[in-house]
Design a protein around this ligand. Structure first.
Ligand SMILES: [Zn+2]
Length: 277
């Protein structure tokens, strides 16, 4: 995902009090902008300038924006809150309970690219898995007593958004998200540790592809060790994705209880890792 610090470089930072928001609905938008422009970062900057400086909003309205090449831009600056839970401004002035995703382009007559659709499905899949949202379900909202959990902007109020073509795709997107749920169980889980340095760990579950991500609070991870209950060290193939983030496969570990130790410069975090079949 492309960070705010990258696309907002040189522009003023938003300055307001963020509100944390429990999400029940994922709202899909289009930007009503160009379908041929390929400078996606400039497009996101322009949307920010439009929302922030012209409309006078606190920040860009959407939680995420997706480009035609499938790149996902982090939208509204969460400043300490979570990107997916910071309250946005995109749903007819009734944003509470929603997360907004804007697919960049105008999808009235033409549909988004496959890359953009795939990123949209991946993002919705992750969020629905994280918050146990039913992709095929409905949940009441102030604007619509039976608002689909995955909804288009026009399901809430009078607007063309997200364009007829993208709107008509929502049903297959819902089914696609459900399909991944059915084949992979819950796909993504965040484990809050509350520990110093190690804010959370993430596990992705899918048959044959189970992996665990370890993400620290920015403190570089030195190394990790895994022990079985006989205190024997297990060979673990892990890979650093960043100094504070690593990943290891869990599918080649036999079912059982393990002790994982994560070493930082000034301390060690120890926890149990339970592998079930
Ligand atoms: Zn919209």
């Amino acid at each position: 995902m492309i960070e705010q610090a990258f696309w907002r470089e040189g522009l003023s930072e938003p300055d307001y009090i963020r509100i944390n928001n429990k999400v029940h609905h994922i709202i899909v938008h289009h930007s009503a902008g160009s379908n041929i422009d390929t400078n996606y970062t400039l497009t996101v900057r322009n949307i920010y300038i439009y929302h922030n400086e012209i409309l006078g909003w606190s920040d860009i309205g959407y939680n995420y924006l997706i480009a035609a090449n499938g790149a996902i831009y982090k939208g509204r600056d969460p400043e300490g809150l979570e990107q997916d839970n910071v309250l946005g401004a995109h749903f007819c002035s009734y944003n509470s309970g929603t997360m907004g995703i804007c697919v960049m382009g105008t999808f009235t007559d033409i549909c988004p690219t496959n890359d953009a659709i795939n990123s949209l499905i991946t993002l919705i899949n992750w969020k629905a898995g994280k918050d146990s949202l039913n992709p095929l379900g409905n949940y009441p909202h102030t604007l619509n007593v039976s608002l689909p959990v995955i909804a288009g902007h026009r399901d809430g109020c009078s607007t063309e958004c997200p364009g007829s073509c993208l709107y008509q795709l929502l049903d297959s997107i819902r089914r696609e998200v459900m399909k991944v749920f059915n084949t992979c169980g819950f796909v993504y889980k965040t484990i809050e540790t509350g520990a110093k340095y190690l804010h959370h760990a993430e596990a992705v579950f899918c048959h044959g592809h189970d992996v665990v991500f370890i993400q620290s609070d920015g403190e570089p991870i030195i190394q990790i060790h895994l022990f079985n209950l006989s205190a024997r060290k297990i060979r673990l193939h892990y890979e650093f994705l960043a100094p504070d983030r690593l990943v290891f496969p869990a599918f080649d570990l036999s079912p059982g209880i393990y002790i994982i130790k994560i070493y930082f410069r000034n301390g060690v975090y120890t926890d149990k890792l339970v592998i079930l079949k």
